[in-house]
Write a protein that binds this ligand. Sequence first.
Ligand SMILES: CC(C)(COP(=O)(O)OP(=O)(O)OC[C@H]1O[C@@H](n2cnc3c(N)ncnc32)[C@H](O)[C@@H]1OP(=O)(O)O)[C@@H](O)C(=O)NCCC(=O)NCCS
Length: 172
Amino acid sequence: MRDFHIETPRLILRPMETSDLEALLEIFGDPKVVASFDTEPFDRKQVQRWMQPNLEHQETYGYGLFSVIEKAEGMLIGDCGLEHMHLHGEPVTELGYDFRSDRWNQGYATEAASAVRDYAFGELGIPSLISLIRVGNQASRRVAEKVGMRLMEEITINRIRYWHFVIHRRTA
Ligand SMILES: CC(C)(COP(=O)(O)OP(=O)(O)OC[C@H]1O[C@@H](n2cnc3c(N)ncnc32)[C@H](O)[C@@H]1OP(=O)(O)O)[C@@H](O)C(=O)NCCC(=O)NCCS
């Protein structure tokens, strides 16, 4: 896993490392980023707590949410990747993404998520991906649409309303 990465024109997606903490703290410590989760900015402990299950997921499956590096500056500007979970009692794989607010609206999330979609459908052979997006998160919804996902339904999980987006691997 050490040398594994996914490359796009502007980005490198590589496995998350414990040493990414500071860069991720800059992302999740930003009120603009966490506004979409309706929460206060994360402190260092909360970011560590957020990272831990992803590092374990990576250890188990060989992938998870990747750290996204902007090639131009070599800077960690976001996360994007996959998480196995359950929805309606069924196993599903979620495609997720978060980016530094000073990099928003430059197509980075779409570029990263498209590459992860192709990796999931290609190398991993995963048949479909979902995204759970809080109702009202228009930027995230737009990314899901640009990646080719379709809105299935609105669902409530732990009293929070989500848009449930889906995309299926083309088998033809
Ligand atoms: C969601 C997020 C990852 C998008 O990252 P990004 O790199 O800016 O995404 P892109 O540039 O690829 O695309 C953003 C799209 O949303 C659109 N957009 C942005 N804000 C919008 C708004 N308030 N209403 C409608 N569309 C909006 C942009 O115009 C763009 O669409 P376009 O290319 O058709 O113009 C980023 O906003 C983010 O990190 N938000 C906080 C964390 C988060 O919400 N994560 C997702 C959890 S489900």
